[in-house]
Design a protein around this ligand. Structure first.
Ligand SMILES: NC(=O)c1ccc[n+]([C@@H]2O[C@H](COP(=O)([O-])OP(=O)(O)OC[C@H]3O[C@@H](n4cnc5c(N)ncnc54)[C@H](OP(=O)(O)O)[C@@H]3O)[C@@H](O)[C@H]2O)c1
Length: 392
């Protein structure tokens, strides 16, 4: 297999499972953005054949760290595409953001099985990506815990018997905060997720609940369901990850402790199963599972994402690009927490709607949205919180 984004949270969990199952997999290629040391360590440990780093400034360090190993090193966006094109049966799409679009599409276009974590790819270009999946005979295996749960319960041969699907949301670290109190939260507070350990960008998305909005769009494409048949329910314990409601009233749900190695393992071993060290559920010790509707007044991101999906065309692309830009600005301390979704909504309002007919359209909407969102991010009156950190 190949891991795109091997140095990230999803990539490291995947690598961990591969090291625990040394006879089950051979590793073709690994990629990173700007962490040559971790990439080289992984490439050695997993005996990869090829290691690609996107930021060429870090190529000399990668080459040096791999000297004498026989592992081929390369750099730049073309090298990421080469990693995706090399002959691995299974590709983990674990890059964060729309930066994963080109390499993930390269894997799809050669008909690979793609374990799919990189949700922004489906948000920014879902219709086109799904067309390519069908045209090229590729297979997408959902890795996002909610979508993986639904996949485990979804009778693909009898999709007509399915009424709706349910995505659960933890509610993030500020689930119980008043709206005004969230104005002052810092990046450190926003990335401290109560249940899951994840990369900085998805942690902030969970705190604003934009993550659930992105997942609504992802679910719409993966399961080919209209947004009104995708329910969102807040479930603070993160034990029930997703459910499928059948037309006879049966609801099938998947449960597990919040550890990404379980959904990743399901994708790696599909249609079989492999062992993972994930903590086993002790339902009696947990005692109580609670559910509540999302509060779209305090967390408007879900509404903004749903509206973008319904408006269609380039709107989801704009939503994603503006969100990536605003989250980045927040993590750098340039804007406040509440400015993130506000920036996304204002960017959506500033760009004329248009159809998404080609990848050029995707890149045009994406570029324009990033420019406009960056401009909104520098015109803030509200003072961002003082504590900042390099959380990328
Ligand atoms: N983490 C989770 O538990 C989780 C759960 C469900 C879904 N997801 C989704 O999985 C994806 C990855 O999330 P994550 O939490 O693993 O993110 P992460 O920890 O930030 O890791 C991101 C990976 O992508 C690489 N990368 C970042 N920017 C890049 C660029 N411009 N070009 C090429 N590579 C780049 C990073 O390389 P460097 O390390 O060198 O920067 C790293 O390998 C996201 O789409 C996220 O929404 C994550």
């Amino acid at each position: 297999m190949t891991i795109l984004g091997s140095t990230g949270s999803i990539g490291q969990s995947t690598a961990d499972l591969l090291l625990r199952n040394p006879d089950g997999f051979e590793v073709e290629a690994l990629t990173a953005y700007r962490n040559p040391q971790r990439l080289a360590e992984q490439a050695r440990a997993l005996r990869a054949r090829f290691a690609a780093i996107a930021d060429s400034d870090h190529y000399p360090a990668l080459k040096e760290a791999l000297a004498g190993t026989g592992i081929e090193a390369a750099c730049g966006t073309e090298a990421l595409i080469e990693a995706a094109l090399r002959p691995a049966e299974l590709v983990m799409a674990g890059i964060v953001g729309a930066a994963g679009l080109a390499p993930t599409l390269a894997a799809i276009r050669r008909g690979a099985i793609v374990a799919f974590a990189n949700k922004e790819v489906l948000v920014c270009a879902g219709g086109l990506v799904m067309q390519e999946v069908t045209r090229c005979g590729a297979t997408l295996l959902p890795v996002d815990s909610e979508h993986n749960a639904i996949w485990q319960c979804f009778d693909l041969d009898r999709a007509d018997t399915i009424e709706r699907i349910i995505l659960t949301a933890s509610g993030g670290p500020f689930r119980e905060r008043a709206f005004e109190e969230m104005r002052a939260v810092t990046p450190q507070q926003a990335v401290a997720h109560p249940n899951w350990s994840m990369g900085a960008k998805i942690s902030v998305d969970s705190a604003t609940m934009m993550n659930k909005g992105l997942e609504l769009i992802e679910a719409h494409h993966l399961f080919r369901l209209p947004p009104e048949r995708v329910d969102i329910v807040v479930h603070p314990q993160s034990i029930v990850h997703g459910a499928v409601v059948y037309r006879d009233g049966s609801v099938l749900a998947q449960l597990g402790s919040p550890d990404m190695r379980t959904p990743i393992a399901y994708a790696l071993a599909w249609p079989g199963r492999i062992e993972t060290p994930a903590k086993r559920l002790d339902l009696a010790a947990i005692g109580r599972l609670t559910f509540e509707p999302p509060d779209e007044h305090r967390f408007p991101a879900l509404r903004v994402a749903r509206e973008a999906l319904i408006r269609g065309g380039g709107c989801p692309t704009v939503l994603n690009a503006a969100n990536e830009t605003a989250v980045h600005a927040f993590l750098e301390g340039r804007i406040g927490f509440l400015d993130i979704v506000d920036t996304v909504e204002r960017t959506l309002g500033a760009i004329p709607e248009g159809e998404l007919e080609s990848l050029d359209d995707v890149y045009n909407f994406d570029r324009t949205a990033r420019e406009i969102a960056a401009r909104f991010s520098t015109l803030r009156n509200s003072k961002p919180p003082t504590a900042t950190a390099d959380l990328s």
